[in-house]
Design a protein around this ligand. Structure first.
Ligand code: 5AD
Ligand code: SF4
Length: 481
């Protein structure tokens, strides 16, 4: 058995890509290890959205220099967005790297690893065409979606799966590197998506999470029928065995009535929408080229809440983007106060070379101002998240049990990792509105949907106990005594 170490940063798309690459390499006789030092192959699946994510990978690579010297046949590979963005630069910054593979070439990883092992010393670079490097069709073709037939035993949990429905992005927000590294927006045909979902269901998968950079912008014409994203939700909803459907990330302008109606009317659709607003000031949204005004975002948000009072909406925000004044920033604070998001992911603006913002707009907000605004917005959001979680105290929620809680995982890691899971165990799962719930249970309950009574909450988590239904007259007579 050869050993594979893989480190993944970034979004859900990267998590799925890593899962599929691991599955492909397992077929070649690899097993996973948690130690890069003694692995035969070390892979990094990378992200370019912010500078910080890249710095982390370059320092991790730096730490491998010695390991490669003492174990020269160790294969070191860099995959994903940073591979596409930096290409040969990776070889010059880390000359001991063997392979660099963009997100559009992941199907080639097993072969590239094999070749690197057979012919050491030859560096291999496989990436897609840049956005201006040829005809649109050639560029599109060079970004191949990696969606091989799945082997169910190789998924982290058998009852949950990501399904990619779209690759790339055409929105070109001025700050964002994604359209240049992940290429043009391309939708997967509905017949492929449905076939994959049916196969997953037949293998016991209960929850499907649809993935796309702007997932609700998905549309596809197949055999003369024009499909909208909402049509796809209705079709997936029909699949027997699938209990929950979720999707990330949504683009505000494409959150049309038909999508909201589908989420409202389809019982399997999780009442959770991740719709990044990015900013609360029109001037900033214009400079970001987001394609909507704050009033339009508010209208979409209010419509969703009106139609589904229990819907959980989450957002992303960037602070310290080019030209952001204190007044602009306060408008973001106002939007958060008003919308009371379940949660917000807050990022300090990080200038990305090659983007429109890097070329045309100065990165002119000082670092300490970015940091202060980040902290202020986070404190406000945390206050809101905790207040809203308090509303669950004493309530019952339906939880799809995902597995051992973080604490239980840590304890299991300390104990014998190979021992079978038995006996009492702290578990975690999610409600229909995407709240994380932690409770005491047992391993048999993993994958089940349970009713949990909530007795405590904090910022990110609800704590509860499994509700055991006592059916029988004695329960009722006792209550009357
Ligand atoms: N700087 C900071 N945050 C960014 N994001 C995207 N590009 C940048 C950047 N250059 C954030 C956006 C997006 C999330 C995934 O990352 O908020 O929604
Ligand atoms: Fe980036 Fe905007 Fe596309 Fe999201 S919608 S991936 S922020 S360009």
């Amino acid at each position: 058995m050869k050993k594979l170490y893989i480190e993944t940063v970034g979004c859900q798309m990267n998590l799925l890509d890593s899962e599929l690459v691991v599955a492909a390499l397992r077929k070649e006789g690899y097993e996973l290890t948690g130690q890069a030092a003694d692995a035969d192959t070390v892979l990094f699946n990378t992200c370019s959205v912010r500078q910080h994510a890249e710095d982390k990978i370059y320092s991790a690579l730096g730490r491998l220099k010695e390991a490669k010297r003492s174990m020269p046949d160790k294969v070191i590979g860099v995959m994903g967005c940073m591979a596409q963005k930096d290409q040969k630069l990776i070889f010059s910054r880390a000359p001991f790297v063997d392979i660099v593979v963009g997100p559009g070439q992941l199907h080639q990883v097993p072969q590239l690893v094999r070749e690197a092992r057979e012919k050491p010393g030859q560096q291999r670079l496989e990436v897609s065409l840049g956005r201006t490097d040829g005809k649109v069709d050639d560029i599109k073709r060079s970004h191949e979606s990696f969606d091989p037939l799945r082997d169910p035993t190789m998924r982290p949990t058998p009852f949950q799966a990501f399904v990619r429905i779209q690759i790339g992005c055409d929105k070109f927000c001025t700050y964002c590197i994604v359209p240049s590294v992940r290429g043009p927006e391309q939708s997967r045909p509905p017949s492929h998506i449905l076939a994959e979902a049916r196969q997953l269901a037949s293998e016991g998968c209960k929850e499907i999470c649809l993935l796309g950079q702007t997932v609700n912008s998905w549309r596809h014409t197949e055999d003369g029928r024009a499909w909208r994203f909402s049509d796809l939700l209705y079709a997936l909803h029909e699949i027997e065995g699938i209990e929950r459907l979720r999707f990330v990330t949504s683009y505000p302008r494409d959150m049309t009535d038909d999508v909201l109606e589908a989420v409202r009317d389809l019982p399997k659709c999780v009442k959770y929408l991740h719709v990044p607003a990015q900013h609360g000031s029109d001037e900033q949204l214009r400079r970001m080229k987001r394609g909507y005004t704050v009033a339009e975002y508010r209208e979409m948000h209010d419509r969703a809440k009106r139609w589904m009072p229990d819907v959980a909406i989450t957002s992303d925000f960037i602070v310290g983007f080019s030209g952001e004044t204190e007044e602009d920033f306060q408008q973001t604070m106002d939007l958060v106060r008003e919308c009371r998001f379940k949660n917000s992911f807050i990022f300090k603006y990080s200038e990305r070379p090659g983007t429109k913002a890097a070329n045309r707009l100065p990165d002119d907000v000082p670092e300490e101002v970015k940091r202060r605004r980040n902290n202020e917005l986070l404190a406000l959001q945390n206050e809101i998240s905790e207040e809203d979680n308090h509303k669950f105290l004493g309530k019952r929620v339906e939880v799809l049990v995902e597995g051992p809680s973080k604490t239980a995982v840590r304890n299991l890691e300390r104990a014998d990792a190979n021992a079978p899971l038995t006996g009492p165990l702290q578990l975690t799962g999610r409600t229909m509105c995407d709240r994380i719930v932690v409770f005491d249970g047992n391993p048999r309950q993993i994958g089940q949907t349970l009713s949990i009574a909530i007795y405590d909450v904090n910022l990110h988590t609800l704590f509860g106990a499994v509700v055991t239904e006592h059916v029988g007259p004695e329960v009722f007579t006792l209550a009357g005594v």
